[in-house]
Design a protein around this ligand. Structure first.
Ligand SMILES: [Zn+2]
Ligand SMILES: [Zn+2]
Length: 404
């Protein structure tokens, strides 16, 4: 407070660290503002993002009330910068790109705009080439900067640290690998060339296990089918119509119609399951052992729209989700669905490759060929499985004995 009672916004919280121009809310007076150090860039390149912020947990849009003020962001207050690594996606898997995404964007856009000003009559292909060149140069500069004076410390654990810390059981197999081809690692087994997953499946079938290949998509199907009445509940005041492109058409590379589905505006956020806690508990009361497989079958066609939205529409994935429902105990299915409800977009990736099952027992397996490393999503899943899901799980490592 100043002497005349005006708030000086001593303590602020960032609404969403994944926004390019971050918004901060004062913990005392609830004013929403941006930091003056972002003003020049923001006004020039992101003018449409300065009027409101989207709160990360709830996805609620919150108007900016106080514009740009000086000394708001942690760095301008002399504190360490917010560390907010982006999830790994194709084209953004390196740690530099995931941690420095904001710096990269700011520096690249500034340099590209400068080039455009200096070459007003450049041909489009020259401009494209120059822009790509700038991207590479900026990335190199940031790499060098990180090597000499790192702005962020990469806190993620290595594969070995994850396995050690979470007590993951590791089973080792040896195999002869085929020389690397277009399809990734391949294994020579009994005279045929097969994938590491197929090699593993043979190994477990020989031990009397039934093997269901998984990865993440069957869990997206499970989520869509078993939760559609909850997610699309017409009594939820935040549910509205959302348009999206037809997934099957996209996969066939043809024009598709716009699809529509009902979704709550905070879908997939951390706040959703808190807001809907009572409705979620009521929903799971319908999950009775004798009914669960029937419910799944009954809900498959009704959940089609939601599953399209989630890219969980392919018949082969629906079939695998159906097997999951038959194999896993109801309590385990509920635990998995509750985990997905607590932040779908945080939890939907990283699921293991295989489910082994026989006579009422089961275990999940992540297959790693000799050069293959756990992804950040898989590491997060392993940590969450240790802390919360506690599903039986092991990593199967296929060591290379020779290459032919
Ligand atoms: Zn204030
Ligand atoms: Zn600042």
């Amino acid at each position: 407070m100043t002497e005349d009672g005006e708030c000086t916004h001593e303590s602020v919280s960032c609404l969403n660290q994944f926004e390019l121009v971050r918004k901060y809310r004062c913990d005392d007076c609830a004013a929403v503002m941006m930091c003056a150090c972002d003003e020049e860039f923001g006004e020039k390149f992101l003018a449409h993002q300065l009027r409101e912020g989207t709160e990360l947990e709830t996805q609620v849009r919150i108007p900016v009330t106080h514009g740009f003020l000086s000394g708001i962001c942690p760095e301008c207050r002399g504190l360490p910068p917010v560390t907010a690594p982006m999830a790994a996606i194709p084209g953004r898997t390196s740690k530099i790109k995931r941690y420095y995404w904001r710096e990269l964007f700011f520096a690249v856009r500034t340099a590209q705009a400068m080039w455009d000003d200096e070459h007003p009559r450049a041909a489009p292909e020259d401009r494209e080439r120059a822009h790509a060149q700038i991207e590479r140069e900026v990335l190199d500069e940031i790499k060098q900067l990180h090597a000499s004076t790192p702005r962020y410390t990469f806190t993620e654990l290595s594969q070995a640290e994850v396995i050690e810390r979470y007590g993951v059981e590791v089973e080792a197999l040896s195999a002869t690998y085929a020389r690397a081809g277009a399809k990734g690692a391949q294994i020579v087994d009994e005279g045929t060339v097969i994938s590491p997953e197929e090699f593993t499946a043979r190994h477990y079938r020989n031990q009397g296990w039934s093997v269901l290949p998984l990865e993440s998509v069957p869990f997206h199907v499970l989520f869509g089918v078993m939760l559609w009445t909850l997610i699309q509940d017409p009594r939820d005041p935040l549910v509205r119509m959302v348009g999206f492109g037809c997934r099957a058409a996209f996969e066939d590379k043809r024009e598709g119609d716009q699809n529509w589905t009902h979704l709550p505006s905070d879908f997939g956020s951390l706040g959703y399951s808190q807001r809907r806690a009572e409705a979620i508990d009521r929903h799971f009361e319908q999950f009775i052992d004798e009914h669960i497989e029937w419910l799944f079958d009954y809900w498959v066609p009704h959940s089609e729209r939601l599953r399209q939205y989630l890219w969980a529409h392919r018949p082969e994935d629906v079939e695998r989700a159906c097997e999951l429902v038959a194999i896993l105990p109801t309590a385990t299915l509920i635990e998995i669905l509750r985990y997905l409800l607590d932040g779908y977009w945080e939890h939907y990736l990283g699921w293991p490759d295989l489910l082994l099952h026989r006579e009422g027992t089961f275990t999940f397996v992540e297959v790693k060929s000799s050069s293959d490393k756990l992804s950040e999503e898989q590491k997060r899943w392993i940590a969450d499985n240790h802390d919360r899901l506690q599903l039986p799980f092991r990593v199967l490592k296929i060591h290379r004995t020779a290459t032919i």
